[in-house]
Design a protein around this ligand. Structure first.
Ligand code: ADP
Ligand code: GN1
Ligand code: MG
Length: 373
């Protein structure tokens, strides 16, 4: 058996890296892929890359996924160049393999990719400065505009029904029924919390069927630690984690950012008294997102933003609970009950949003005028 280090080394050497591998260590706090900071070089000269072992249990069609990422990053690169930006820092840049491919399959059948490492920028798990959150709202709003002209029919749906909340609910009910770990009896209250809100879950899809909510090319995983903030300028620099780019709803891109970034606690906080929806953060992100989307959103989309926030939080909590019931097979966990702790923060946040619902609607209304131009 080879150890993990040797496996990484084999993968690193498959890419067009400069010089010799100096180190390759786990990096970041993503829940899905295995990410490593790869440092290479010759003598004093060093070059840094991100090396990722993709999660092919989660992403079944790696070929389609990598075609999406290549297409989208080339498209963004072109736009950044036209705007005289820095294409090596403002979008992800794939490093090809030595035989010119966009990913590498190792001798054990694992899939790898490499990116230029973006230095001098940070991904945050908690908002430290409200300005960062405003910047990230603007960037995710603008991201949808930039991709508005991207040929959506060329995109592979990397995870079918990714934000189809009713389908997620069915999966949750199946997990409760099968109860493979014998954990359901211990989470009766959490199960009830989900079931009480079932009726609300289909609203976005109904609006879409009625032609009121458009499908857009969206990111679908817009949490704060999927955006890099420039350490020097404080501006949002680069949107990362492009695995789930596919047609989706703008309200869910907005909502997932609120779920993660407007929470006063981290996603896996054990002390639930720390969890709440910060209305000032909600407001500042809303302002940024609506400014960034530059008049592209329809009235219904804007009106539905609070719903997007609530639904992404409920859906995410339900997904953590499902994974807990299934034995923690999807999200990376690093302690006993980790998924259940995450579920608790999400449900506490949903409950707090319900209390602050009228305020959320009022705040969105305040910025509606500016957004519609
Ligand atoms: P996951 O899907 O597991 O969340 P991500 O693609 O988000 O994986 O990467 C995990 C972490 O690695 C990010 O949160 C970020 O800290 C870091 N990261 C990813 N790509 C880069 C990059 N090109 N430059 C610098 N850091 C990166
Ligand atoms: C996962 O990959 P990462 O860590 O950015 C998940 C999201 C969840 C998020 C919860 C492909 O995001 O959908 O909202 O965890 N990504 C996938 O933190 O399932
Ligand atoms: Mg990520």
């Amino acid at each position: 058996m080879r150890d993990a280090g040797e496996k990484r080394l084999e993968a690193a050497k498959a890419f067009e890296i400069k010089g010799q591998v100096k180190s390759c260590e786990p990096y970041g706090s993503g829940h899905i892929n295995n990410t490593f900071l790869l440092i290479c070089g010759e003598g004093e000269q060093e070059y840094s890359y991100i090396l990722q072992e993709m999660n092919h249990e989660v992403f079944k069609d790696i070929d389609g996924l990598m075609k999406n990422i290549k297409g989208v990053t080339m498209f963004l690169r072109h736009q950044i160049q036209e705007n005289h930006g820095d294409p090596d820092r403002e979008t992800l840049n794939l490093i090809p393999t030595k035989d010119g491919k966009v990913y590498y399959m190792d001798s054990l059948g694992n899939y790898w990719r490499a990116y230029l490492f973006i230095a001098g920028a940070t991904c945050y798990n908690l908002v430290e400065k409200p300005e960062d959150f405003y910047q990230s709202g603007k960037a995710f709003g603008r991201f949808q505009c930039l991709l508005a002209d991207y040929p959506a029919d060329e995109l592979t749906e990397t995870i079918p029904n990714f934000h189809n909340t009713p389908v997620r609910f069915e999966a949750f009910e199946k997990a409760v029924e099968e109860d493979v770990m014998g954990r359901a009896a211990g989470v009766n209250e959490e199960i009830r919390f989900v079931r009480e809100r079932e009726k609300e879950m289909g609203l976005a899809l109904s609006l879409q069927k009625e032609g009121k909510l458009p499908l857009r090319v969206s990111h679908n995983d817009t949490k704060l630690n999927n955006i890099m903030i420039d350490d020097a300028t404080g501006e949002a620099l680069c949107i990362i984690d492009l695995d789930t780019i596919m047609p989706g709803f703008s309200i869910f891109d907005y909502g997932d950012s609120i779920r993660f970034g407007a929470n006063t606690a981290e996603e896996d906080e054990k002390d639930l008294s720390k969890v709440s929806l910060s209305l000032p953060l909600f407001e500042i992100y809303t302002k940024g997102f609506l400014e960034g989307s530059a008049g592209r959103l329809t009235e219904t989309e804007i009106e539905m933003l609070p719903y997007g926030a609530k639904m992404m939080t409920l859906e995410c909590g339900m997904r953590f609970l499902t994974d807990y019931l299934q034995g923690d097979v999807y999200f990376h966990t690093s302690r006993e009950g980790h998924n259940l702790d995450r579920c608790h923060t999400q449900f506490a946040l949903v409950a707090d949003m319900e209390k602050k619902w009228e305020d959320m609607k009022r705040i969105v209304k305040t910025y509606e005028g500016a957004a519609l131009g």
